[in-house]
Design a binder for this molecule. Structure first.
Ligand SMILES: [Ca+2]
Ligand SMILES: [Ca+2]
Ligand SMILES: [Ca+2]
Length: 308
């Protein structure tokens, strides 16, 4: 049996409570240093492993649906939200003070979405994309940045759910500080990206580095049912240690099914998964950052033929 290490989701149906839960990791508003989406790839530039979607491959270049928020959309009730068509672009303002803007979106398992929030000079963007379904399999995705700085968030959908994107000023997270006003405008953009995982075989070790705190790296492999495997991420545990606080997920590309997710293992912020391959299939490994320190997002990823 595979060990179930899925991140516990809040059982509360309150969007507000979910937003607070999403803020739990955001202990300090460190700048995301998020790169411009158009220049964030190719990653690393090395000749070996350059996982992740190639941002130079534009999404279908379909015209984006332009939308504007309508208050109230603070998520104080489940219906106090705005629908957002994706791919699309939403304009809004963090106004009045401590405003929060919640947008419902329809995305499907197996899809990769890239969110970009572009703030006015006064606003420090904080974006959380998460699933409202109780006990869901989808970890919350969060990114934030300094005032006036854009932030980019990759979101791979592990399971179908009831997704929302929540926008706040980062200085109001986790505790409201009164930031907001008519000059706190922003644009939120969501586009679909092609999946371009780096193929791997067992056993092997890959080295990688997330392009930004909100970026994802992807690896893929084929495996036969019953095969014993382990995938071990080393960041805090590598020498020298990096500041990446990882989360690792395994997804069946054929069945479009989330298999397992782990955030912390071995008494460290590092992640590892393993057990027996449940079905003969192609699998996707998703590497993400759940931490707040962008100083060094490098890691080693060990693909082994034994359980961790
Ligand atoms: Ca607003
Ligand atoms: Ca609002
Ligand atoms: Ca972790």
């Amino acid at each position: 049996m595979m060990r179930s290490l899925v991140l516990p989701a809040s059982v509360s149906l309150s969007i507000l409570a979910m937003l607070v839960a999403c803020a739990a990791d955001d202990v300090s508003p460190v700048a995301s240093d998020a790169p411009d989406a158009a220049t964030s790839s190719p990653r690393d530039g090395g000749g070996t492993t350059t996982p992740g979607p190639d941002a130079t491959v534009a999404d279908a270049e379909a015209p984006l649906a332009s939308q504007a928020e309508v208050e109230p959309n603070d998520g104080k009730t489940e219906t106090e939200t705005n629908p957002m068509t994706v791919p699309g672009e939403m304009t809004g303002t963090i106004d009045l003070a401590d405003d929060r803007d919640i947008f419902r979106v329809t995305v499907s398992k197996g899809e990769l979405w890239q969110w970009t929030i572009t703030p006015a000079a006064a606003m420090a963007p904080h974006l959380a994309v998460f699933d409202l379904l109780p006990d869901n399999q989808n970890p919350s995705r969060v990114v934030f940045a300094d005032p006036g700085a854009p932030a980019v968030l990759d979101h791979f959908v592990l399971s179908d759910g009831a997704f929302v994107a929540g926008v706040r000023d980062a200085r109001n997270v986790p505790t409201a500080t009164g930031k907001g006003g008519p000059t706190f405008g922003y644009t939120l953009r969501a586009v679909k990206r092609p999946l371009a995982p780096a193929p791997v075989t067992f056993p092997s070790t890959k080295t990688g580095k997330l392009a930004s705190p909100g970026a994802l790296d992807f690896y893929s492999f084929s495996a036969t049912k019953g095969t014993v495997f382990g995938i071990v991420l080393r960041a805090a545990r590598k020498v020298p240690a990096s500041t990446l606080d990882s989360r690792l997920s395994l997804f069946d590309l054929t069945a479009k099914k989330s298999i397992i997710t782990n955030d912390n293992a071995g008494g460290s912020p590092d992640s590892q998964i393993g057990g027996q391959i449940p079905e003969t299939s192609d699998y996707l490994v998703v590497v993400e950052n759940e931490g707040t320190n962008p100083t060094d997002l490098s890691y080693e990823l060990v693909f082994q033929t034994t359980e961790p």
